[in-house]
Design a protein around this ligand. Sequence first.
Ligand code: ACM
Length: 570
Amino acid sequence: MKKNIKKILSVRALVLSVLLICGGAVRTAMAQEVNITPLPQNLAMDNEGKRFELPRKFTVAMYGVSDPKVWADMDRFVRKLSSATGKKGALERKEKGHFRLVQDKTLSAEGYVLAVREKEVEVRFATSAGCYYALQSFMKMLPPNVILGKEGEKKADYSVPCLTIQDEPRFAYRGFMLDVSRHFFTVEEVKQVLDIMSVYKMNRFHWHLTDDQGWRIEIKKYPKLTEVGSVSKDMLMNNETQTKYWNGKPYGPYFYTQDDVREIVQYAAERHIEVIPEVDMPGHMMAAMAAYPEFSCQPERTYEVWTQNLGLSVDILNVGNPKAVQFARDVVEELCQLFPGPDIHVGGDECPIMRWEKNPECDQLRKKLGLESFRGLQNWFIGELAQVAAVHGKGLFAWNESVTAQGADMQPLKDNNVKIMCWVGAQPAARKASSHGLDVVITPIGPYYINRKQWNSPDEPFAAGPGNDSLSVTYNYVPVPQDVAPDLTHRYIGVQATFWTEFVSTAGYLQYLMLPRLMAVAEAGWTQQEKKNFPDFVRRFNADIPLLELGGYNYGKHYRYKTDQPQPAQ
Ligand code: ACM
């Protein structure tokens, strides 16, 4: 008898442990099926493996939702989901529906809770951004045509495993910068960038609109900026097939009209992306000098829009000339009217001051301001522009030379709360700026300059600058090192992937270099440092390859699984 009981117990134990092991395996498989990048903060799968199936007709219960932005977002969501799946959705002012929206002010600004149950998907959020990100996560669990807004197979499996996700971003600023001066990208190509940013919950598009090689934004008050400044005599072209050739004819006119700008801004806003326009001043202004030489330090000269794609021009804006400063103010004024976001970027990088040192007007202004160094003029100038932006309730960004250049005067930056974008010597720059009470965004040359080569191989297409940064280098960069003083970490408002296009003249090559490293920076922006895991990220990138391919995106293939195993990290 005893023996029998023992036998029964051990058989039960065996069955139980097999069940547990299998259950664990099922749960792991389901967790793997859920493929969300950036990795959410908390994700709990339903133990029983149940699923929510999108019905032929579905409703979204909007009872109690008053924010018109949420209504507009949900309208787009329903239309997208309907057209992608062939099912029919509707918004209703009811309490119950297949999707139920609940505004919950206890959540953080971009945070959300997504509870997928068998019969209902509950979305909790504090703001329209949180609601949007919850639904991005939801769509990310469906076949990739859905989040891409492409019509799919009507008979495909449009079901999602039951689970609960509690999520919020680590940083408020999760950016991507695109240089459209060195090479121009069309409105449609920019929209493709915004689309892929939105899949990965990035929320700032820093648009580098002007440089020595081209002025790319229409400014009504100064029409020659685009009439003259958006065309260069020739241009060095490069694409992903490793060719490097001269265009052999004028490049341009290439620029965005103010209507184009409004279209991009609207498109971005629908994806919860703010556009930060950058007009780079007082250096990097050869295209502007070609149009208006009277604002240079040697007004008797003529200038050309640069055709060389590297190097630093010593010819810069004459900030000692009140008319040149007024020109810059007027440009910022138009930017403030065109761009609804809270920030304008005024450049401030790589600005040699030898022309100022030889210029009597600059010398006079320096003395009048009581400045020891001519370098002080640069931040005085930023302060002047900050005051124009402030009238519109906007703030300024500047590159970190405004803080780190020898002789930089911190006072105008502090007086105007200028935010600092840290790229060269990014970490010491961030420490200095934050210790003076300035907010910083981390975008180090190297790991976050995702225009650089992504593999150390002679087969790689030519890319800007020496050096290379593989996906693992970008992913594993730590934007806020542990030894940053705890009372300064709140000044680190975010991270940015930055893309210079000196050597990139096609959208395909841009995408090849940008992806998947953009996803790595997106994860640095969203996911807490301790939750990050490179092998798991590589797995999720591989699971997203059908999405990238369906979306028509080119991407670096270095970490694509060739067998069951990922390639070794470089
Ligand atoms: C920069 O890379 N010159 C900001």
